[in-house]
Design a protein around this ligand. Structure first.
Ligand code: HDE
Length: 696
């Protein structure tokens, strides 16, 4: 039987044999794919055979006149379009944004008005890898949201890190050339752990702050639902009275900010390269939508565009939340999976220039270059200038644009005069006034000499990297040291390694010394910024118990396992929006009395990365070495572990210290046991179990 989502899809409506109804279904607004019941050519001509080419006799040559064969092969030849030059690997979901209304004082953007609900499409991505690369590589994640607002589309094309590698867009081709696989052998795929990347970032030290984010846990998120998002640049918001403020956009995940550990990320890249996209799609299908709150840091629109000494036009700088509170202004809920990856996720086209009245950009030189790049790249990626007509890109607001013709024109326009003004079409369409919702750029003074230069304030490349390092918890610092050491140990060129250590010496002496020790190199002296005040908000380690919706619990069960207990645990877990999988030595069904459980994962086909917690059911006797590996990995990765009844013996046989933090034991599946397990799951990790870096 096909999976549920396929069964539920509407079958094409059947039509009368005369084909009349099919003609109607293909005209005007009702145009849709897969109309009608018969297989046809792209011209709508019905086919009686799609398996045999037209030949001069069964053994003869194929005839050029076989229009069906030629159309079928030609279309196939062009099924792949160029992948995105960056952010090629992505996954997306539909949803809704609901505004709380408290942003009305700073922006007139209609979608932020109280109670307004706006349909959205959000695409998450990695940056460096090709379209077929693994989800869990160490990289930045794209977080692009298209709001189909009543005033036209607004795209917030952000990342999961609040800063960027470079300060000026003119360097973007360079940093990407350096990060992409090396040109001679095209390796490594989707990795920054190679010479050219580290060569670039150690020569362009403005990258230092961004690189430490990428080397931190932020570079390997647990899932899309546990990532923060950032607009990165400073935007200028305009309210109804024409007053302006400078603003940083944030997305705060309701599920908390959580990451994988590096070993998990590496295992997942082999065992389940689709780890993040699967997690998102499965979670949505299981009824656990992804939820994020939109936050604004509202800063005064000052003459020098700085705040507390931080240059707001420098995209390598963040504004600590302790200095400017993030005010939550609405909620994004992603609750519907795309049904056609290509038509939706692949063809969606985001652009920083998709702005609505009330939101303007600033002179940040990185943002300025982006304003050119997106439309330009999409012209070739989507094959011409009409991609805004694709359903996924099409605004929900009325479009009347006087743009005509071009490749893939699907609109059938009316009228004679696609120009303004005109007398032939009665001067239609009309121009709107600001009061009627026109986007009117705020008049702003622009002056200065024509130069290729940066403001002097852009010269500070290290102080916020120091801020980030000093704001991390011990375990996060250990991960950062490991990440630098891992990446740098992959380099062939010792001088590059040494130059990176020189950079780290200007961030923090201890960080530099620990990485240098791992590489077996001397730690150089540097001049790190003094008096840096840490920002606790930058650390993602928390003692709070977060929501567990979308999390996965694996229950290890043998033939004699307590199936009634598994049933009770499933109920408790599902009540919180999480999922339970039964894991056993072989597939099939387990039965005990009247209780029955289907085995969803076998030791051969599962790895620890699939679970946020693993529990051993009472009555399970197992001494399979693959189970030992599974349990030890879960323990080593500091995830919740548990057992009830004599299941504890299986943990002990695997060498697990059952008195360690995050290990939950119980006599049976009753309230205290399930409550403790869900608490351990909500804590994400028992970091106290972490082995300090360098001693593993
Ligand atoms: Fe992009 N970026 N970018 N970028 N970017 C693209 O557009 C570019 C930058 C971001 O899911 C491309 O349609 C330049 C910052 C995301 O479809 C391209 C510069 C941030 C996505 C492009 C930047 C981003 C893109 C490739 C420096 C975070 C994926 C395909 C001036 C704030 C969107 C495409 C999706 C995609 C150019 C810098 C985020 C080539 C020139 C900073 C999330 O146009």
């Amino acid at each position: 039987m096909p999976p549920k989502r396929q069964r539920d899809q509407a079958a094409p409506k059947s039509t009368s044999p005369t084909g009349k109804a099919e003609v109607a279904a293909n005209v005007g607004d009702d145009r849709r794919a897969q109309a009608g019941r018969y297989l046809t050519t792209s011209q709508g001509v019905r086919l009686n055979d799609t398996d045999h080419s037209l030949k001069a006799g069964p053994r003869g040559p194929t005839l050029l006149e076989d229009f069906h064969l030629r159309e079928k092969i030609t279309h196939f030849d062009h099924e792949r379009i160029p992948e995105r030059v960056v952010h090629a690997r992505g996954a997306a979901a539909h949803g809704t944004f609901r505004a709380y209304g408290n942003a009305e004082s700073v922006t007139k953007a209609g979608f932020l008005a109280k109670g307004r609900e706006t349909p959205v499409f959000t695409r998450f991505s990695t940056v460096l890898g090709s379209r077929g690369s693994a989800d869990t590589v160490r990289d930045v994640r794209g977080f692009a949201v298209k709001f189909y607002t009543e005033e036209g589309n607004f795209d917030l094309v952000g990342n999961n890190m609040p800063v960027f590698f470079i300060q000026d867009g003119i360097k973007f081709p360079d940093v990407i050339h350096a990060g992409k696989p090396q040109p001679d052998r095209e390796i490594p795929q989707a990795q920054s752990a190679h010479d050219t990347f580290w060569d670039f970032v150690s020569l362009h030290t403005e990258a230092t702050h961004h690189v430490i984010w990428a080397m931190s846990d932020r570079g390997i998120p647990r899932s899309y639902r546990t990532m923060e998002g950032f607009g990165v640049h400073t935007f200028r918001l305009v309210n109804a009275a024409g007053e302006t403020s400078l603003v940083k956009f944030h997305w705060k995940p309701v599920a908390g900010v959580h990451s994988l550990v590096w070993e998990e990320a590496q295992i997942a890249a082999g065992a389940d390269p689709d780890f993040h996209r699967r997690d998102m799609a499965d979670g949505i299908e299981a009824g656990a939508p992804l939820e994020f709150e939109l936050g604004l840091q509202v800063l005064p629109d000052s003459e020098d565009e700085t705040f507390e000494g931080i240059d707001l036009l420098d995209p390598t700088k963040l504004v600590p939340e302790e200095l400017a509170e993030v005010v939550l202004v609405g909620k994004l809920t992603l609750d519907r999976n795309p049904t056609d990856y290509f038509a939706e996720t692949e063809q969606v086209a985001f652009h920083t220039g998709h702005l609505v009245p009330g939101i303007e950009i600033t002179n940040d030189p990185l943002m300025q270059a982006r304003m050119f790049s997106y439309l330009d790249t999409q012209l070739t990626r989507l094959g011409g200038p009409n991609f805004a007509q694709l359903p996924i890109n099409c605004p929900h607001a009325a479009v009347n644009d006087n743009l005509r013709d071009g490749m893939h024109q699907t609109a059938i326009h009316q009228g004679m005069a696609p120009y303004k003004p005109n007398t032939v079409d009665d001067d239609q369409p009309e121009l709107a006034t600001e009061a009627e919702g026109a986007y009117v750029h705020l008049p702003r003074e622009v002056s200065g000499p024509k130069v290729r230069a940066n403001p002097v304030s852009f010269d500070d490349h290290f102080s916020q990297a120091t801020l980030f390092w000093r704001s991390m918890s011990q375990v996060e610092q250990a991960h950062i040291v490991e990440a630098y050491t891992f990446e740098l140990s992959k380099l062939f060129e010792k001088p590059i390694r040494e130059r990176v250590l020189g950079v780290l010496a200007n961030v923090d002496a201890e960080l530099c010394a620990r990485v240098a020790a791992g590489l077996g190199l001397p730690a150089p002296e540097g001049d790190p910024a003094r008096g840096v005040v840490p920002s606790p908000a930058l650390s993602q380690v928390t003692t709070e118990v977060g929501p567990v919706a979308g999390r996965v619990v694996g229950v290890v069960a043998g033939p004699g396992a307590d199936l009634a207990g598994i049933g009770r645990l499933r109920k408790a877990v599902e009540a919180k929006g999480a999922v339970l999988h039964v894991v056993a030595q072989v597939g099939g069904e387990l039965t005990k009395g009247r209780a029955k459980e289907t085995v969803e994962r076998t030791f051969l086909a599962t790895r620890s990365i699939e679970y946020d917690a693993v529990v051993v059911a009472a009555g399970t006797v197992a001494n399979d070495p693959r189970l030992v590996v599974l349990l030890q990995e879960v323990f080593r990765h500091c995830k919740a572990l548990g057992a009830w009844g004599d299941g504890a013996a299986v943990l002990e046989a695997a060498g697990i210290d059952t008195s360690a933090p995050g290990v939950v034991l119980g006599d049976s599946v009753a309230k205290p046991f399930t409550a403790d397990l869900l608490t351990a799951l909500g804590r994400h990790r028992a970091w106290d179990r972490a082995v300090p870096a360098g001693t593993a």
